[in-house]
Ligand binder design. Structure first.
Ligand code: ADP
Length: 375
């Protein structure tokens, strides 16, 4: 606990390599960051994920030291760095635009930070080529940035960021200057390089696929706050709110009322469903409580035959089928009028009897596939 948190002395935890405590940033009447608490572990690849204006860049700039917090503290490797100016922090930030010097060669761009520190020429040369080798860019050392592709410029910018061996690397929307086609490969390449270097890294992105591909853990942000923090798989499978369930991946929402809440199951009645929803665990909430239920499209089965079960199935009509290669997205209008999405493996759709547009179908889902959202 921080000394401002309940009056107890804050004891550094060696696992908290970066620790942010009650961080706030207010610009005039805009609260850009609202009391953020966060821990990032050593060598972790952590992402701040949120849509435009949620405060993620402001948080990153405070970690870099480019913005002073209105209140709160920032610790790096158990040291309070809140009042340390950016150039004295063992932190480096790679900007969205890469900010390479256009008139300098690749080699000079990468060497720049070391030259400013007055390091001996032969050591600079050795370290520059070590970094360029790691990025597979040594053969481009004499080129100017304009003679490089977007992906190559990114690797030069990364070499320049890493050469001073920062304790913390900050990447601001690292893929935004790249074409869509090469982004996914670049994301994986970048993760491999960062793992090889062994640096703690925080990425800011608005792209959930990018955050899910690259990060070991991520913080979902909205309106200046972290609303959920965890491993990508855990956030996808166990979203803690309707907002997170809708933001991370697509989902179907049903609203309803809890009618049974037993230790091993609950029943939810919904005006949007003909049959009650049965979920195979209790949630310990009052009967009659209004809740939302999220069921992912890949959890919904599309059937021709009517299920014999009492719960968790509906009747509907196929409204649209979108063929997306490895899977197809079915849009189905239920008898209540609600339209839901179901994703079906492409191989199943290729079968001759796969339901088509305007055909009657049944949908069903397993009793452990729905997530109840009480907020
Ligand atoms: P994001 O990076 O998630 O898009 P930002 O951190 O850039 O969001 O901005 C969060 C909020 O703070 C926004 O409402 C933005 O307009 C505001 N903001 C950011 N920087 C400034 C600034 N220098 N002066 C005033 N308001 C700012």
């Amino acid at each position: 606990m921080d000394s401002r948190l309940g009056g107890q002395a804050w004891l550094p935890d060696p696992d908290d390599f970066v620790r942010v405590s009650e961080l706030v940033k207010i610009y005039g009447d805009t609260v850009a960051v609202k009391s953020v608490d966060l821990s990032v572990r050593r060598n972790e690849l952590f992402a701040f994920l949120g849509s435009s204006g949620c405060g993620k860049s402001t948080l990153l700039r405070m970690l870099a030291g480019f913005e002073a917090p209105t209140s709160g503290r920032i610790y790096l490797d158990c040291e309070d760095i809140t009042d340390i100016p950016p150039y004295r922090r063992p932190v480096n930030m790679m900007f969205q635009s890469y900010a390479l010097f256009p008139h300098m060669t690749v080699q000079a761009n990468v060497a720049f930070g070391l030259k400013q520190e007055g390091i001996a020429k032969n050591e600079i040369h050795e370290r520059v080529f070590e970094a360029l080798d790691l990025m597979q860019m040594a053969s481009f050392s004499r080129r100017k940035p304009r003679q490089l592709s977007g992906g190559q410029q990114q690797r030069v910018a990364l070499a320049r960021s890493l050469i001073k061996r920062p304790k913390l690397l900050l990447l601001d929307e690292p893929m935004s200057a790249l074409d869509k086609q090469i982004r996914q490969k670049t994301q994986i390449d970048l993760v491999k390089i960062l793992e090889q270097v062994g640096v703690t890294c925080i990425i800011v992105t608005h792209d959930q696929e990018e955050a899910m591909t690259m990060a070991t853990r991520l913080a979902v942000m909205t309106e200046g706050q972290i609303v959920q923090c965890g491993a990508p798989h855990d956030i996808y499978t166990f979203p803690n709110s309707r907002f997170v369930a809708g933001f991370i991946g697509s989902t179907n929402f049903f609203s309803g009322t809890i009618t049974v809440d037993a230790p091993d199951h609950i029943l939810i009645e919904s005006a949007e469903l003909m049959h009650p929803l049965y979920i195979s665990h209790g949630i310990g909430e009052p009967l009659g409580m209004q809740v939302h239920v999220s069921i992912r499209p890949e959890q919904i089965r599309v059937l021709r035959e009517q299920p014999v079960a009492q719960f968790n199935w509906e009747h509907g009509m196929v409204r649209h089928v979108a063929w997306l290669g490895s899977y197809a997205l079915y849009q189905i209008r239920l008898d209540s009028g609600l339209v839901i999405n179901a994703s079906v493996p492409g191989m199943a759709l290729a079968q001759a009897d796969a339901p088509g547009i305007d055909e009657e179908v049944f949908v069903s889902w397993a009793e452990n596939s729905a997530t109840v959202l009480t907020t």
